[in-house]
Design a protein around this ligand. Structure first.
Ligand code: BGC
Length: 653
């Protein structure tokens, strides 16, 4: 700590506002200068730390997107990723990593979905909590963002998200609540307004954050989310970022009129954060080599890849493989503040396949240019070459000109040219495997019938090719499952049809977000939430339920009836049968991924606490359990329920 200090009023005002783009004001040497940096799936730090530059950035380990991380269904990997990133931060002298983001994927078109975990708050909270614990175990801070309802990008700076109280409590806030159990050092407010009040001035939701979720750190603004510094300070925002000359001038000019108590409170919180950063910085020791951090990036991709379709073609058998498509030869990431510059040169997929023993060669075909347009490159030649091979692996997807921060997607199909390439190569090839590199649901209805296999590689980080090659060749048995619904078409998603204009987005679908809607209303989808194939075959058996304290212990067996060991992510859903208030058909309340050896059986036991049965009663302003009959459903995914059993829950809950 920089000794005992009493800041002047001017110093206090300056201290609640950033000094530049990434650091705090040091109050003439009385406060430690801490450095914040993007995040969240690799360090993005401009070479010139005073700038917001998105191009000239340091090179660092590029981990897979949060979409991929959550598709692993293993929150321990979030801890490992966090710990590894903590090591990266120590290397670059970064005190606070700007992540994780836990916004709910309300709209498949949201340009930033790849940065978020899920359409389901339970999944998002479970991963965020372990991620924060991982980063902070290295004495590096985090910033839980974007608080809250930043579920689309296009109008994020000015639109109000009109959300009813119960939906806020049950869908949009729980991931923040869960993540706060890990005490992130900071929470970042979002740009948007919620129910008419800008989130940088939202005293009501800050109260929930502090008094109900127990958050004790600094509330920081998203970059330039503050429009009125005094109103933000009065609402309880502690640190305005980045430095804004005009705002600071205004605040200094009205120094005498500012609410002293509010100013003191925020200045004290920022000073406490500076002290914490200083104290923790002395405890930091890197404990992972570059190789170990790279191994984490590879493992997450191997666990998060989802096999969506497989008609006997995978794993690849001996034979000649023709590899084509742009993502086979260059990185695909989402764009914006999370766009990492990998420290490792791209490994072409054909080379990665060859390293795993496949007879693979690359040839150019379809090539993206900009946004949703591609050109067909050497498709004619590719078709001729594909015809001479046993299998074609076609790589398609959406680069950071399609999915990026500050804009939303206009549609969720691949470009026309890519779809045309799929048709042509499906026709020419003996077998066609399509590998998709994107960050959010894609409508595949135009072509999926023609592909023999489809693999979701996502934005896979710097080991994407290695991991894809290992899954294609069977070195890795795929075990990822989707954490968002892939609809048959965009029109099927209620939130996409909800009222919006320049000023508001009305969350009229309420609780019916993602699978909660499709499930409740029986609307068919392309791939349900929780879906993913394996090279193994699993059967679920012996469900038992027993009451324990104020919760229920759920146990069942997973049997691997195939000849190959593999991992299975089991999902526990709860449904209220005797309901008095509206509830979606069922909701995810627990999950577990387990390894089951060939012909072996594994016992799974998961505890459902009282909250798993509760809804948020707006009338009572409290989580409420109504005595009645509930059903516990064990799902392979949201659509395929393997086991189900009823249980009466009494008033004692
Ligand atoms: C983004 C944040 C990011 C910040 C700093 C904002 O535009 O919304 O997620 O951390 O910029 O780059």
């Amino acid at each position: 700590m920089k000794g005992k200090r009493e800041l002047t009023k001017e110093q206090k005002i300056r201290s609640v506002m950033g000094a530049d783009f990434w650091t705090n004001y040091d109050a003439d040497g009385s406060l430690y200068t801490f450095v914040v940096s993007d995040g969240p799936v690799g360090l993005r730090q401009p070479l010139d730390r005073t700038s917001s530059e998105q191009k000239d950035c340091i090179r660092s380990v590029a981990y897979p997107s949060f979409q991929i991380l959550s598709q692993s269904w293993d929150p321990e990997l979030a801890y490992e990723m966090g710990k590894s990133l903590g090591n990266d931060c120590i290397e670059q002298k970064v005190d606070i990593l700007l992540g994780p983001g836990v916004n709910i994927k309300r709209l498949p078109t949201n340009g930033r979905n790849f940065e978020y975990f899920s359409e389901d708050p339970y999944v998002a909270g479970a991963f965020a909590k372990r991620y924060i614990e991982g980063v902070q175990s290295m004495h590096v801070g985090t910033s839980l963002k974007h608080f809250c309802c930043n579920s689309s990008e296009i109008s994020r700076q000015w639109a109000s998200m009109e959300v009813d109280e119960r939906t806020l409590r049950e869908i949009y806030l729980p991931a923040f609540e869960k993540a706060c159990e890990a005490q992130p050092w900071t929470v970042m407010c979002s740009y948007n307004l919620v129910n008419g009040v800008r989130m940088s001035e939202n005293a009501k939701l800050y109260r929930v954050l502090r008094e109900e979720f127990g958050f004790d750190g600094v509330i920081v603004s998203d970059w330039d989310a503050v429009k009125d510094s005094e109103a933000s300070l009065n609402a309880g925002l502690n640190w305005e970022m980045p430095y804004n000359e005009a705002h600071q001038r205004e605040m200094l000019a009205k120094a005498e009129k500012l609410d002293e108590k509010k100013l003191d409170e925020s200045a004290a919180r920022v000073a406490a954060l500076a002290d914490k950063c200083e104290a923790e910085s002395k405890l930091r020791r890197q404990d992972m080599t570059l190789q170990e951090r790279r191994a984490v990036a590879q493992k997450i991709e191997e666990e998060g890849i989802v096999l969506l379709k497989n008609e006997g073609v995978l794993p690849l058998k001996a034979g000649k493989v023709f590899v084509t498509g742009a993502p086979a030869v260059r990185y695909y990431f989402g764009g914006g503040s999370s766009n990492v510059y990998p420290e490792r040169d791209f490994e072409p997929l054909a080379e990665a396949l060859a390293a795993e023993g496949a007879n693979a060669e690359y040839g150019e075909s379809v090539w993206e240019t900009n946004g949703h347009q591609s050109h067909l490159g050497n498709l004619k030649e590719a078709v001729l070459r594909a015809a001479q091979k046993d299998v074609t692996v076609l790589c398609v997807g959406e680069p950071n000109t399609c999915e990026y921060e500050s804009a939303d997607r206009q549609q969720i199909r691949l470009s026309k040219e890519e779809e045309a390439a799929i048709h042509a190569l499906a026709e020419a090839s003996e077998k066609l495997v399509v590998v998709v590199y994107a960050g959010a649901a894609i409508d595949m209805s135009d072509w999926i019938g023609e592909a023999d296999a489809v693999l979701w590689a996502g934005y896979g980080g710097e080991f994407v090719s290695r991991a894809v090659a290992r899954v294609l060749t069977g070195k890795v048995n795929p075990s990822g499952k989707l954490t968002e619904t892939f609809p048959l078409s965009l029109e099927d998603v209620p939130a996409e049809n909800a009222y919006r204009d320049e000023a508001v987005m009305v969350y009229s679908e309420g609780l019916n977000v993602g699978y909660r809607y499709f499930d409740t209303f029986g609307v068919p989808v392309l791939f349900p939430f929780g879906y993913g194939l394996s090279y193994s075959r699993f059967e679920y058996k012996n469900l038992t339920l027993s009451k324990e304290g104020d919760g229920v212990m759920v146990s069942f067996d997973i049997e691997n009836v195939s000849d190959i060991g593999g991992k299975e992510a089991a999902q526990v859903y709860v449904r209220e049968i005797t309901k008095e208030v509206y509830r979606p058909y069922k909701e995810l309340k627990a999950f577990k991924k387990v390894f089951v050896g060939a012909k072996e059986k594994v016992h799974v036991a998961l505890f459902l606490d009282r909250r798993a049965f509760a809804y948020y009663s707006v009338a009572r302003d409290a989580w409420t359990v109504k005595p009645g009959v509930f059903e516990i459903l064990i799902g392979k995914n949201a659509e395929q329920v393997a086991l189900r059993k009823k249980i009466a829950i009494g008033c004692d809950m």
